[in-house]
Design a protein around this ligand. Structure first.
Ligand SMILES: C[S@@+](CC[C@H](N)C(=O)[O-])C[C@H]1O[C@@H](n2cnc3c(N)ncnc32)[C@H](O)[C@@H]1O
Length: 190
């Protein structure tokens, strides 16, 4: 295992085990497009991946990566907040939804995800999941940002109805300096 093994690996392992060719997936925090591209590879040409970000720089980065990988017919990249995620898919149809909370890698640290819009988006996303759908959350926090958001998200997901969702939280407990927290949510009311 590489020493860089981290939240991205955990998320991708999880998604790889859950997502099938032809599925619909959503990347709620497109950033540089790495998760969007990964999802495109999993769903293939018969699938669909919607990617959202509020920063033009992120949308352009994601579109460039998608073009480089030849995934233009699979991915749709929108400059929009994940609060509006329900505009892009029908309830009960989405196989996997990804969030990476935090700021754009290599971008402006002051433009990070915000507690209230993150909670609104999460609530909407739970309704978009198909009966055996999943959500992957990677919660990045540290320095002077993200603590309130992390606490609010962990509080929210810990109260999801036990008959409808299974929620698993993983932490790198031997790493210093606020390592990211990985969350897996499975919709279980089949
Ligand atoms: C940690 S980065 C995502 C990294 C990305 N998964 C990648 O592979 O590069 C978080 C992203 O969330 C975006 N973001 C912040 N608030 C948002 C919102 N309300 N809706 C959608 N994206 C948002 C930021 O602009 C930033 O690009």
């Amino acid at each position: 295992m590489p020493s860089t093994f981290g939240a991205v690996h955990l998320a991708h392992e999880f998604l790889e085990a859950q997502v099938q060719e032809g599925d619909i997936c959503i990347d709620c925090t497109a950033g540089r497009g790495k998760d969007t591209a990964f999802l495109c590879g999993l769903v293939g040409e018969s699938g669909r991946v919607v990617a959202l970000d509020i920063q033009q720089e992120a949308v352009e980065s994601t579109k460039a990566l998608i073009a480089e990988k030849g995934y233009e017919d699979i991915a749709e990249v929108y400059l929009d907040s994940h609060e509006n995620v329900d505009k892009y898919a029908v309830a009960g149809t989405v196989a996997a939804i990804v969030f990476n909370f935090g700021w754009l890698p290599g971008g402006d640290h002051t433009k990070h995800t915000q507690t209230q819009s993150s909670l609104t988006a999460l609530e909407k996303c739970l309704k978009l999941l198909k009966p055996d759908g999943v959500m992957s959350l990677s919660i990045y926090y540290g320095r002077d940002t993200g603590f309130e958001e992390k606490d609010a998200i962990l509080d929210y997901i810990s109260k999801l109805p036990v008959g409808e969702f299974a929620v698993v939280v993983s932490e790198f407990v031997n790493r210093p300096n606020c390592p990211p927290i990985s969350v897996r949510i499975y919709r279980t009311n089949l």
